[in-house]
Write a protein of this length. Structure first.
Length: 338
């Protein structure tokens, strides 16, 4: 099974959500012979017994891959429009993440969720906040490298990362999710030629640049600021790879022929909501980019313990891409095939 670093915020429970407990030297050494994939799997693997005929959370219904012609040598902004065509139930943990990129070699991702959480910047209390926006980056653990009027996180739950989150009233509708380069933090200059590992856990040691995440409701024109995070360097280079994903992350899906009443941690397959949505108007440095193709994989990222369950993975999503308009369409939650 190919496992992605993009997994689940449920893993960021109080047991693994913690403030920085290791020194920078210890954190850097940790990744000399490891990576985010290995560290995430260590956290997720366990020895528990699972019922048969279930799909464990988290499940990425779709992973869609866009490849630019080249890296963006002077990143200023990234945005994409998300349209949700039907209501998503409040009790369904659904994550739309249409920006998974890298800046100066630091991987990031984010989007909108129905069930978000985090530590309040006011009193450091851990809270479930419901519908929200989220923006995360890896290879940093310092809270000072985050700016938010709402919530933040620093954890090793899926590799060492920091994150900003905030409440966001979203559902059926159309939204523009945008990352924008902001102000500069002076410090030791990042060399022109560097290995990304040289920039790991660099807050306080090197110059940084803030990047801010906003969500605009394209119907009401209201813009919400989710928060900002700092990235090493004055000039930011965006890598040529972009990934979009959609995910269900709280409950396991029960596909048994009869309802076994497995409890609150399981959702019967008949009760999985069907969600129709589109992604469009991809803009980099405020210039529209229409990919020649977008390759979408279904079920490509799932819980590493899924291999313990003797059941084929049903495909629960479809996709179609129009290379003329640049519109990517998903239907998610309807059984397509086994």
């Amino acid at each position: 099974m190919r496992y992605s670093i993009h997994s689940i915020l449920l893993l960021l429970s109080l047991s693994s959500t913690c403030l920085l407990a290791q020194t920078k030297e210890e954190l850097k050494k940790k990744y000399e012979n490891s990576d985010l994939h290995k560290e995430t799997e260590k956290k997720m693997r366990n020895s528990r017994a699972y019922p048969d005929s279930v799909i464990l959370a988290p499940l990425h219904f779709t992973n869609s891959f866009v490849t630019l012609d080249s890296a963006v040598s002077d990143f200023q902004s990234f945005s994409i429009d998300v349209e949700i065509l039907n209501d998503i139930p409040d009790d369904y943990a659904f994550y739309i993440s249409p920006f998974n990129i890298s800046l100066n070699g630091m991987p990031i991702y984010g989007g909108i969720q129905t069930h978000s959480d985090g530590f309040s910047v006011k009193d450091n209390s851990y809270q479930q906040i419901g519908r929200g926006g989220i923006f995360s980056r890896w290879y940093e653990r310092s809270k000072e490298a985050t700016r938010s009027k709402g919530y933040y996180n620093s954890s090793d739950g899926e590799g060492d990362f920091i994150s900003v989150r905030n409440k966001l009233n979203w559902n059926k509708g159309k939204y523009r999710l945008k990352l924008s380069k902001a102000d500069y933090v002076p410090g030791k200059a990042v060399p022109e030629h560097y290995n990304p590992k040289d920039l790991y856990f660099a807050w306080g040691d090197m110059e940084h640049t803030w990047v801010t995440y906003t969500v605009e409701n394209l119907e009401t024109k209201k813009i919400d600021t989710i928060g900002s995070m700092a990235f090493p360097g004055k000039k930011l280079v965006m890598g040529k790879s972009i990934i979009y994903f959609t995910e269900q992350y709280h409950k396991a899906f029960d596909f048994a022929s009869k309802d076994r009443k497995l409890g609150e941690g399981y959702l019967r397959y008949k009760d999985i909501p069907v969600i129709d949505m589109t992604l469009s108007n991809l803009r980099i440095n405020d210039k529209e980019f229409i990919p020649k193709e977008i390759k979408t994989h279904h079920n490509r990222t799932h819980h590493p313990d899924q291999d313990q369950i003797a059941m084929p993975m049903p495909v629960l999503s479809t996709d179609s891409y129009n290379p003329t308009t640049g519109v990517l369409t998903y239907r998610i939650g309807k059984l397509v095939k086994w």
